[in-house]
Design a protein around this ligand. Structure first.
Ligand code: AQP
Length: 332
């Protein structure tokens, strides 16, 4: 069976972009693949973290996976740090990744901003650890949002470089699965920027833990333009904020953008935003409720993570031993 691997960082709250761009697709895919879902806590160290918050966010993210429908009896759910083979393979792969490839990564440029020299080595080499996360399981498919496309291409390049260097056909070249119309959900404050956990304004995103009032307020305040909603999808081209809200509606309602426009063409944004809030609350509230229930029993979450880590480590360690054999590391 083909294998999927994907993960999210336990930083801040999950937002609608994480859900529509990735998590929801994991749930849909889990039956058809050998499925491994990771809480990538080591990745979150690339930016400063408060230790107690990191621990809390790790449990919260696990609860969010399960509340969204990722089934721990069918999938492996675990924390990246509990399987050291990720870090060891990351080192090995970093020795096969030319600097020129890493220098092209746009996410580093965006996150490091103007203070490039002050950015950590970890932030710079993040995509190599991501490649190791995927390749240590020999995953064949990686469901992610569109922002991760470049990192996935790098993973394929590194896998290919390793295979060529040793004359083997060891790593599969993993396919990105960028699915659905909402693969790139944009900020509610600026339709040209992606919705992001690290945006300093909480008004830019809908968090999965926002209550009905907060969701309604955030959509009400969301940036729009003065025109009523258009009749066709083509007319959304120069209207990024309108396009984003229509795309979110369509994704939450499992329909095409045109179907949303057929319903709301000519309406003012105030009318549309009320309908959008109601829909978002109806979709998210049961998940938020389930998350709250799961978080009331942190022992059970820890048990799921421990059990997932044992299964993940068995597979990862087997592959790491094979990789060590290929590259000539003596294992006396
Ligand atoms: N706006 C988005 N639209 C669609 N998909 C998205 N993803 C993230 N933002 C959007 C997808 O969610 C998964 C989580 O990846 P992550 O935890 O590594 O976070 P990230 O990609 O760095 O994006 P975040 O969550 O917004 O954090 P920051 O602020 O750090 O950039 C991935 O599959 C991602 O594609």
């Amino acid at each position: 069976m083909n294998r999927i691997f994907s993960g999210m960082q336990p930083t801040n709250k999950l937002h609608l972009g994480n859900y529509l761009g990735a998590l929801r697709n994991w749930v849909a895919l889990q039956g058809g693949y050998d499925s491994i879902f990771c809480i990538v806590d080591l990745h979150s160290l690339t930016l400063p973290q408060e230790p107690a918050a990191l621990r809390r966010n790790t449990r919260e993210l696990t609860a969010a996976y399960i509340a969204a429908g990722v089934d721990p009896s069918r999938c492996i759910i675990f924390a990246q740090s509990s399987v050291p083979a990720h870090s060891e393979l990351s080192w090995i792969l970093s020795c096969h990744a030319p600097l020129g490839w890493i220098n092209r990564m746009t996410q580093f440029k965006e996150k490091a901003g103007k203070h490039r020299d002050a950015a950590s080595l970890g932030l710079y080499s993040y995509p190599v650890l991501m490649a190791a996360d995927i390749l240590v399981y020999k995953a064949t498919h990686v469901p992610v949002g569109e922002d991760q496309k470049q990192h996935l291409e790098l993973t394929r390049d590194i896998a290919g470089a390793f295979n060529r260097a040793y004359g083997v056909d060891y790593f599969p070249l993993p396919e990105p699965q960028i699915l659905g119309a909402a693969a790139r959900v944009m900020s509610l404050r600026d339709g040209t920027k992606k919705m992001s956990k690290s945006d300093e304004s909480d008004w830019s995103r809908i968090n999965l833990t926002d209550d009905a009032d907060m969701i309604a307020q955030k959509f009400r305040k969301a940036k729009t333009d003065p025109e009523p909603l258009p009749e066709t999808v083509e007319a959304l081209q120069q209207r990024p904020e309108a396009d984003n809200l229509i795309t979110i509606f369509a994704a939450l309602d499992d329909c095409e953008r045109q179907a949303v426009l057929d319903r709301f063409a000519g309406a003012q944004f105030s009318t549309f935003k009320t309908a959008l809030s109601d829909l978002a609350v109806a979709r998210l509230a049961p998940m938020t409720e389930e998350m709250r229930r799961l978080l009331a029993d942190p022992g059970e979450i820890d048990r799921i993570l421990r059990s997932g880590a044992l299964k993940a480590a068995e597979l990862a360690n087997r592959h790491l031993a094979e990789i060590q054999e290929i590259i000539g590391i003596l294992r006396p």
